[in-house]
Each structure stands twice: as C-alpha cells, then as structure tokens.
Ligand binder design. Structure first.
Ligand code: ADP
Ligand code: ADP
Length: 233
C-alpha cells in the first residue's frame, strides 16, 4: 500500500570542493491516503527532502520508489513526466499566472496532455468545484483573497489527479482564519482518498496532520502517528 518508499536516501551538495550532506540516509514509507507533515528546524533538510519527494531533484545515494517506479535514477525528462502526472505542488506563494483567469490557471497543467479542450475544461471545472470556487472561474487572481488564491492553486494541483498532493508551507502567507479554512479543505480531500504531504515549520499545522515526520540535521529524528486535532469547523 506504499506510495512513497525511500531507502537510505542521502543528498550531498557540492560547495566548491567540499561536500555538504543535507540528508543522511533517510528511510521513509508513506502509504496511500496518509496525511503527513514533514517538520524540523531551519536547515534540517525539509526542502531538500520535499524536492526529492516531488521529483524536482534526485538523491545522491539511496532508492526512491514512487508508486512502484524507481525514480532515483530517472533523467530530467522522466522526472518531468512523473511530476506532471503524479505530484500536485502547492507553494506558499501560490504561483498563479496573474494575466490568466482562474479557469486558465487551473487548465494549465493539462496543456500538454492529449485530451480535447472540452475534456480539459471539464476537469478544471470539477477541480474548482472541489475547492469551492465554482463561481470564480472567470475571475483573475488579483480579484481574489489570499485564501481564494490558494484554493485556485490547490485546484491546479488537483487537476492532473495526482497520486500525491505536496505542499511547501501552503499556509505560510495566510492569516489564522484562512489557514483553518485551507486545512479544512486538505481534510476534505484526505477524506476523499487523497494522499497529502505538507512541509511546514508550524507546529499547529503538523498537529493537524495524522503523522509528523521530523528531521533534525538531515536525519529522521522522529516519526509519530497520532489522533488528529480537530479545528472545530
Ligand atoms: P530546510 O528546508 O529544513 O530549511 P534545506 O533542505 O533547505 O533545509 O537545507 C538543508 C541544508 O542544506 C542547509 O544547511 C542548507 O544550507 C543546505 N543546502 C540546501 N540547498 C543547498 C544548495 N542548493 N547548495 C548547497 N547547500 C544547500
Ligand atoms: P522556497 O519555498 O524554497 O523559496 P518554492 O516553494 O517557490 O521555493 O519552490 C520550492 C522548489 O520547487 C524550488 O526548487 C523551485 O525551483 C521549485 N518550483 C517552484 N515553482 C515550481 C513550479 N511551478 N513547478 C515546479 N517546480 C517549482
């Protein structure tokens, strides 16, 4: 039932003729439909791990099985294909295209798919419905609140029907009320079967997830599964 399986994953950055080891032999399995937070202090390797999980980079050593594909040795084209099909990215800064409508933003990841424009639009509208923005399809990002913009970004992440939703501090730019709304949306998607992995340094976000994987100095310092804290909608 594993969707992500890391075995002995290390990452070394070359700085001049020195090697800096940012991840030191990480073993980590994440199953389908888990809701996981990756936490740790600044510099502990969270971004490095998230970039490997999201196939934005590859490990220096070790294995990464994503959905039973061994992606650790994939080349750039193969990684790009896996990213576009299996991973839905959500960023702190939303990363929407300002001159395109909400609908166009959400259709974007389907541009290079062989499907009709009618089918692309149908999928985008369905993703926008899932995030509660069915009535904003013709708006532009500048006309939306921060929370609405992040909902658009989540719809864009969902439109390819990815195996994993991967968020990098997804509530980092939002106030506490909007953070609760976005976390409630992640809950809803999780209940619908989505696997969700969030990288965060905010403990209340981590407490909200089912499982917290904590990095310290490039090592897996703890891995705790727990009862979820309710946000009391
Ligand atoms: P976090 O996201 O937890 O803050 P990072 O994964 O960004 O941690 O960084 C882990 C360590 O690796 C840090 O010491 C950082 O300075 C170093 N590092 C990250 N990216 C690079 C890079 N591209 N080149 C060199 N060192 C890097
Ligand atoms: P950070 O939080 O480290 O300032 P981002 O969250 O914007 O940076 O990006 C994290 C990583 O994802 C970076 O390696 C960046 O190059 C990459 N990235 C950013 N935007 C996209 C995108 N739209 N699609 C794919 N990769 C992206």
């Amino acid at each position: 039932n594993a969707i992500i399986e890391l075995k002995g994953v290390s990452k070394t950055y070359q700085i001049g003729d020195e090697g800096y080891v940012a991840l030191k032999g990480i073993d980590l399995t994440i199953n389908h439909n888990e809701f996981v937070a990756i936490t740790g202090p600044s510099g502990s390797g969270k971004s490095t791990l998230m970039n490997i999980l999201g196939c934005l980079s590859t490990p220096t050593n070790g294995e990464y099985q994503l959905n039973n594909q061994n992606v650790a040795n994939y080349d750039e084209d193969q990684l790009a294909h896996v990213r576009n099909h299996s991973i839905g990215f959500i960023f702190q800064s939303f990363n929407l295209l300002p001159r395109q409508s909400v609908l166009q933003n959400v259709i974007h990841p389907l541009k290079y798919r062989s499907m009709s424009s009618v089918e692309r639009k149908r999928r985008a509208l369905s993703a926008l419905d899932k995030v509660g923005l069915g009535d904003k399809v013709n708006s532009f990002p500048s006309q939306l609140s921060g929370g609405q913009r992040q909902r658009v970004a989540i719809a864009r992440a969902l439109v390819t029907e990815p195996e994993i939703l991967l968020g990098d501090e997804p509530t980092g730019n939002l106030d506490s009320k909007t953070t609760q709304e976005i976390m409630a949306l992640f809950d809803q998607l999780h209940e619908q079967g989505q696997t969700v992995v969030l990288v965060t340094h905010e403990q209340d976000i981590a407490d909200h997830c089912q499982r917290e994987v904590r990095l310290v100095d490039g090592l897996l310092a703890s891995d705790v599964s727990k009862e979820r804290v309710s946000w009391g909608l």
